[in-house]
Design a protein around this ligand. Sequence first.
Ligand SMILES: C[S@@+](CC[C@H](N)C(=O)[O-])C[C@H]1O[C@@H](n2cnc3c(N)ncnc32)[C@H](O)[C@@H]1O
Length: 464
Amino acid sequence: MWPTPPGARRVAYRDGVNGVGWRVAMEAALYGPDGFFVRESPGPGGHFRTSVHASPLFAGAVARLLHRVDSALGHPAVFDVVDVGAGRGELLTALLAALSSTDLSTPEPPCGQPPENVASARYVATHPVHGVGVAAGAASSQNDLERAPRVESAPQAEPAPQAEPAPQAEPAPQAEPAPQAEPAPQAEPAPQAEPAPLIERVRLVGVEKAARPDGLNARISWRSTLPDQVTGAILATEWLDNVPLDAAEVDAAGRLRRVLVDAGTGEETAGPAVGADDRVWCARWWPDPRPGERVEIGWTRDAAWSEAVGALRKGVALAVDYGHRKGERPRHGTLTGFRGGRQVAPVPDGSCDVTAHVAMDAVAIAGGWPYTLITQREALRALGVDGARPPLDLAARDPAAYLRALSGAGAAAELTDPDGLGGHWWLLQSVGLGENERGRLRQSGGLGEGAVGLQESARGTMLG
Ligand SMILES: C[S@@+](CC[C@H](N)C(=O)[O-])C[C@H]1O[C@@H](n2cnc3c(N)ncnc32)[C@H](O)[C@@H]1O
């Protein structure tokens, strides 16, 4: 038996099968009959706070991004916004409001307080027994984030060597040109019709395993599977962390063994060695775990993201989630539970949310298109949400405006807190955009040089 890291759960490595793998257990607990996410309930927002619930500033920023993508696409007649893992439609509802607002130049002030009983977001905490100070994607990695390259892009293939141009034939002597008639005066080009406002062209779709919530705005359609041929944007906020995955631990002999869990109690035991498919993923994305260390085998998230991005014909796919990158993986896992605003042990009996951080770099590569991976703090700042306090003299000039701005600054500070929601990752993947469209995306909306995330990296890729 190898030493158990302090605070980590000791997995009883008995031989024999006792339980099922976490992937199967999560699937049943979250999405099976009467599963945690699909049964009638207030939905995820009743148990934890995501950025969407924290403040409408988040939807305001996403709306500004949508405007930029719309410009880059040349204002298509229909602009799809597909929210995958849409919860109870909170983001789409807030986007409808934000897109209806005529002024997207500044962040909208918050229009309400987040639910009081749901104090906890799901970001810093790790399982109280699995986690040993592994605040993946958040507190512990903050220094790493600061050291890390700010914009990460998919590697570009070396350009193929160009073939030598064929020698050109000598041009034949040209006949004397016939005298040209005086050109007719050109008609004044017809003024281009202004595109209809985005709010009139947008088609909002929630993709959710849970049923359509009562009272959802009629402009939002609801379905359980991805549409195809999407032109516009695919959004996924805190979806991938709920895509079921298996966990494995390295035993004393160095073998990576699947962790089995008793669905009734959450007790874990060691199962058989992981299969070849799991080993391939681990070798690439989570190499060299040591005895006693845990790996969360993320290929299911890669597959889910790849399918979502595959639904996009043209536009941008955005995943926002807590996670980690190679070299920063948590050593003892991040599987945890949430219920009623509190972090609880991850018992896969349907009584709580079960979630694990996302290997964001693996997901990005699986998306198969150029990408940008930045923190939410960086992304929101690039989209005009920075949490700065309003100037003090505003308090004297216009106390009500000062108070509004102060409350907005507080909400922005929560969304951009590097130890909290601001430490989440934004993975922006552009699909099907040509060089011109990417150029328009760069130029639009004032995201100039130095704006994080929506610029080309030195290697020439960007959000598309
Ligand atoms: C943590 S909640 C996030 C809700 C919302 N996006 C937010 O940020 O507040 C994850 C949601 O994803 C949904 N979900 C998970 N897998 C899904 C799938 N394959 N298709 C559709 N919805 C899915 C769950 O039912 C759940 O409502």
